[in-house]
Design a binder for this molecule. Structure first.
Ligand code: FES
Ligand SMILES: [Fe+2]
Length: 360
């Protein structure tokens, strides 16, 4: 007799590289370094820009005889073109070889390039299963920058998966337990529209600012998720009226590790006269920068509280959920679309299963 109590096997995540848009570098870092090489989605890539500001993200090995095009191997950018260190072939930002030192450039000498998108100076590239072109896009509009601070960013590399890090925007129970937030409540059900997902929730938290004072913050978070590499969170603090933006960008590196880049930006304080315990002695003009600085510090502290969990956890395909967990399974259903090769297998399987058996 079959054992009915036997647990179905725990299925692993379908792939370390879900299809989508992933962060590559900031425009600022590209301007500074001129040429960047990194490992991304299990392969080596290079990124550079020309004088018109066009950015190219491409494979890191020359189509001629395979030299490493990275800066450590001697690759460089000259006149907006990437120059190979081996025989001097020059590539434009479309990936085409435009010149060689000796002969006319072979037409077939062309780098495999990834489509890019720039949002507020953050450069993303599309990674499609089997190299297929973008199936959907990041938000059309760059958030308005007027009155907002410069972007502040930091990054951490650890064993992890972008589906697991993004899941934290839906997992409301951890906000209380790890981060110590209170009054956590979902504002509306998860909204899913194709590749887009919105998670809105409120919470409150008390933050101690060294010996200076305590801030009681009442926060509304609006997480706008475009695939598993791009989460944008609008944070609205209601007591002092502080707006903040967070980009939480998970980029798979090698199949085991991810680079988690957190970019933040703060808006002006809307109620600067509002009395905040301990800050009353500060001149008004000093309050916004000090509060901004502490907000950035706390946001980093929060993410660092999650990192040890992410880097050690095992994916549970059949989590044993409690009522307060929220809509984890709805989120997972949304995630399935980013593994289209797996979906194709499921569709094929369904087709075969639907066919009448020959002997019927
Ligand atoms: S290998 Fe790059 S120019 Fe020959
Ligand atoms: Fe978290």
């Amino acid at each position: 007799m079959p054992d009915r109590r036997r647990e179905p096997a725990n299925a692993p995540l379908p792939s370390p590289f879900p299809e989508g848009w992933y962060f590559v570098a900031s425009r600022q870092s590209l301007d500074k370094a001129k040429l960047i090489k990194k490992t991304w989605m299990g392969e080596d890539i290079v990124a550079w820009r020309d004088e018109n500001g066009s950015v190219c993200v491409s494979e890191a090995y020359c189509p001629h005889l395979g030299a490493d095009l990275g800066p450590d191997a001697g690759g460089c950018v000259r006149g907006g073109r990437l120059v190979c260190p081996f025989h001097g072939f020059e590539y434009d930002t479309g990936g085409q070889c435009m010149a060689t030192p000796f002969d006319p450039p072979p037409k077939a000498a062309r780098l495999r390039v990834f489509e890019t998108r720039d949002i507020a100076g953050l450069i993303f590239a599309w990674w499609g299963i089997g190299g297929r072109p973008p199936q959907w896009h990041l938000p059309e509009e760059t958030p308005d920058q007027a009155g907002w601070s410069n972007l502040h960013s930091w990054a951490s590399r650890f064993p992890g998966h972008p589906q697991e890090t993004t899941e934290n925007s839906v997992d409301l129970a951890h906000l209380r337990h790890i981060h110590g937030y209170d009054s956590v409540s979902r504002v509306e059900p998860l909204e899913v529209d194709g590749h887009f997902l919105r998670s809105r929730f409120d919470f409150a938290t008390t933050r101690r600012i060294a010996k200076v004072g305590r801030l009681r913050l009442s926060i509304s978070a609006n997480a706008l998720i475009y695939g598993l590499g791009y989460s944008f969170v609008e944070v609205r603090e209601r007591t002092i009226g502080l707006d903040m933006r967070l980009w939480i960008l998970a980029t798979p590196v090698d199949g085991t590790h991810i680079d988690l880049t957190v970019v933040s930006q703060t808006g002006p304080i809307r109620n600067p006269n509002r009395r905040v315990a301990g800050l009353a002695f500060l001149p008004l003009r000093m309050r916004a920068p000090i509060v901004n600085k502490f907000m950035a510090y706390f946001e980093k502290r929060d993410v660092l509280q999650d990192v040890p969990i992410w880097s050690r956890k095992r994916y549970r395909s059949r989590p044993r959920l409690s009522r307060s967990d929220g809509e984890i399974m709805k989120y997972r259903t949304y995630c399935a679309q980013f593994y289209p090769d797996l979906l194709a297998v499921v569709e094929d399987f369904k087709k075969v299963a639907d066919q009448p058996a020959v002997n019927d």
